[in-house]
Design a protein around this ligand. Structure first.
Ligand code: FPP
Length: 236
């Protein structure tokens, strides 16, 4: 049972891998490698705390601008991490889904993603939403195009469209985000899940993602627990 004081949907902007590596005189890719270990630890932890959905920002549509070496490294890291984390995710009965555009991703990355989705599709103890080649504005434009197509083909009555039915056209239909965590001391949302975070509580920490621990996650949850969520209303 989900305690109301526990966020149902947590979204994490995993920032600071590059700086973590640079501070140690290492290549940026070492930071991503350590960041993948952190993600493994945190993704195995959150569902035990009562969280139902974990969304993470793995690769944005803007991240293609990085050096080819870093992009290639990240893509190979995804394949490796998805394969290695697979057994734990399956054991936890968590369903893995991906949000983002499919273009530009290699056949091997797509194959690994499809395999993870297929093999966990009946799991029902939680959802792990990995945003890869993702942009929040793209998601909304993409949904709008699909809706326009339906209207043009007389398959959708425009008057029937509302906030709830719009969500059907997003990459995935997910509950609203309750808590957004961004690491590394940056105070931005960077085009992440714009629709879903409309009423989310925002939590920023200076900790760099590779150093982010279970304890840091607990601190974020405690901060959320003490917030006063009014959703535009007035506290009675
Ligand atoms: C942002 O840090 C991080 C990324 C662009 C990549 C996130 C990827 C991981 C955590 C690796 C594992 C992911 C999966 C899904 C297996 P940055 O490079 O922008 O850091 P900086 O701001 O310090 O340069």
């Amino acid at each position: 049972m989900n305690d109301l004081k526990v966020p149902r949907h947590v979204a994490i902007i995993m920032d600071g891998n590059g700086r973590w590596a640079q501070q140690r005189g290492l290549k940026r890719t070492k930071g991503h490698q350590k960041g993948a270990d952190t993600l493994k630890t945190i993704s195995e932890y959150v569902y035990d705390k009562g969280v139902e959905v974990l969304s993470v920002f793995a690769f944005s549509t803007e991240n293609w601008k990085r050096d080819k070496e870093e992009v290639d490294y990240l893509m190979n890291l995804f394949i490796k991490a998805f394969k290695e984390n697979f057994e734990v995710i399956k054991k936890k009965n968590v369903k893995v889904i991906f949000s983002g555009l499919k273009d530009r991703l290699s056949k091997e990355v797509l194959k690994t993603m499809e395999k993870m989705e297929e093999e966990t599709k009946n799991n029902n103890s939680g959802i792990f939403n990995i945003c890869l080649n993702y942009g929040g504005q793209d998601e909304i434009v993409n949904a709008t195009k699909r809706i326009c197509e339906k209207v043009i083909n007389n398959e959708l009555d425009i008057d029937s469209l509302n906030k709830t039915s719009f969500e059907h056209y997003l990459f995935n239909e997910l509950p609203p985000i309750d808590l957004v965590i961004r690491t590394s001391g940056e105070y931005r949302i960077s085009n992440f899940m714009l629709w879903q975070m409309a009423y989310a509580e925002l939590y920023f920490t200076d900790v760099l993602w590779p150093d982010f621990s279970k304890k840091d996650f607990d601190i974020a949850i405690n901060s959320y627990t003490n917030r006063d969520r009014r959703f535009g209303g007035i506290k009675k």
